[in-house]
Design a protein around this ligand. Structure first.
Ligand code: ASP
Length: 318
């Protein structure tokens, strides 16, 4: 007997995403549809400066989007990396899963595929994101990224900068009334990143993972660190070994900290949902514990949508 439908999402902007996803789940829709609908809300919101339309661009002022979706029952997955000029990248990722024999398309050819699949060409920069990029260029100078000329190339991606709220992903995990699981995530990645940089979000096992027999997980934070430990896969495998979603998230974050101790200031966080409908979340203390930058995540179920804070973990905790 499956647990009641439930959806979990990252960050404060996970609240409107969960509300939209919950509408799908409450009317008997699939977890996969709920993930897509919820993610689309964040992607289309220009006030969210780290996802979709209005997301902050790369060093050259171009918005490059990463997104992926994974379906529990079929263990299918689709992803796009470095997608430009298309507003709903998670829907393109779903089209990759459903309409091609492949799992991931990147760059210009992901865009070609999206246009051929019926997605519209769009300007992803808003007045505000363009203004912030110009401000960044005024401070750092226009980098010679065309030649990836390391000499004098300062993209500002140092530890200090990584703590600024210049990146975040909407990650979602859902369980529907039929007991089906799905996961998804979508982001514009790190602001001012090197053109061509792809983070953890479109990578199955890193930014997201779903195993219909166990549960689902999604990640947010510094993807260059997250992908080194396959964070979402690890969360789900820990759940398979018997840990609750909460303990699995905490243990996976601790593993990341253990493997990359010199990078503790780079925030990373994950959410998890078990096949039985239990959920959990955890984040590194550094990076996500700055004033005004607490680790927040949202849950939607029959009792409504609620915002949760923490917990954060450190290496020395048991
Ligand atoms: N994980 C994303 C990336 O590295 C960013 C984030 O979620 O904060 O592209």
């Amino acid at each position: 007997m499956a647990a009641g439908p439930v959806v979990v999402a990252t960050w404060r902007f996970g609240v409107p995403a969960c509300e939209a996803a919950w509408q799908v789940l409450a009317s008997g829709g699939s977890a996969l549809d709920a993930i897509e609908r919820g993610a689309n809300v964040t992607e289309e919101d220009p006030s969210v400066q780290s996802v979709g339309y209005g997301g902050l661009p790369n060093a050259e002022g171009v918005v490059e989007l990463d997104a992926a979706i994974m379906d529990g029952p079929t263990h299918g997955a689709g992803a796009v990396g470095g997608l430009t000029g298309i507003r709903r990248p998670i829907s393109v990722a779903r089209a990759v899963m459903e309409r091609t024999p492949h799992s991931m398309l990147v760059g210009g050819n992901a865009r070609r595929f999206a246009l051929a699949a019926g997605f519209e060409d769009a300007d992803l920069l808003t007045e505000e994101s363009r203004r912030r990029w110009r401000e960044w260029v005024a401070t750092h100078g226009m980098p010679d990224v065309a030649h990836f000329d390391g000499a004098g190339l300062d993209l500002g991606l140092d530890s200090e900068r990584m703590d600024e709220p210049s990146h975040d992903t909407i990650g979602l995990c859902a369980l529907d009334a039929g007991g089906r699981l799905a996961a998804g995530c979508t982001t514009s990645g790190l602001a001012w990143k090197l053109p061509g940089r792809v983070g953890d979000s479109p990578i199955v096992g890193s930014g997201l993972y779903a195993d219909q027999d166990v549960g689902a997980a999604a990640a947010t934070g510094n993807g260059d660190e997250i992908m080194k430990v396959c964070l979402s896969y690890r969360v789900v495998m820990l759940m398979e070994s018997g840990l609750s979603p909460q303990h699995a998230c905490e243990e996976a974050i601790r593993y990341l900290l253990r493997k990359r101790p010199e990078h503790q200031a780079h925030g990373a966080a994950c959410i998890a949902l078990s096949a039985a409908g239990e959920f959990g979340a955890a984040a590194t203390r550094e990076g996500f514990d700055a004033p005004g930058r607490q680790w927040l995540w949202a849950v939607g179920d029959a009792s409504g949508v609620t915002l949760h804070e923490g917990p954060t973990v450190t290496l020395d905790e048991p």
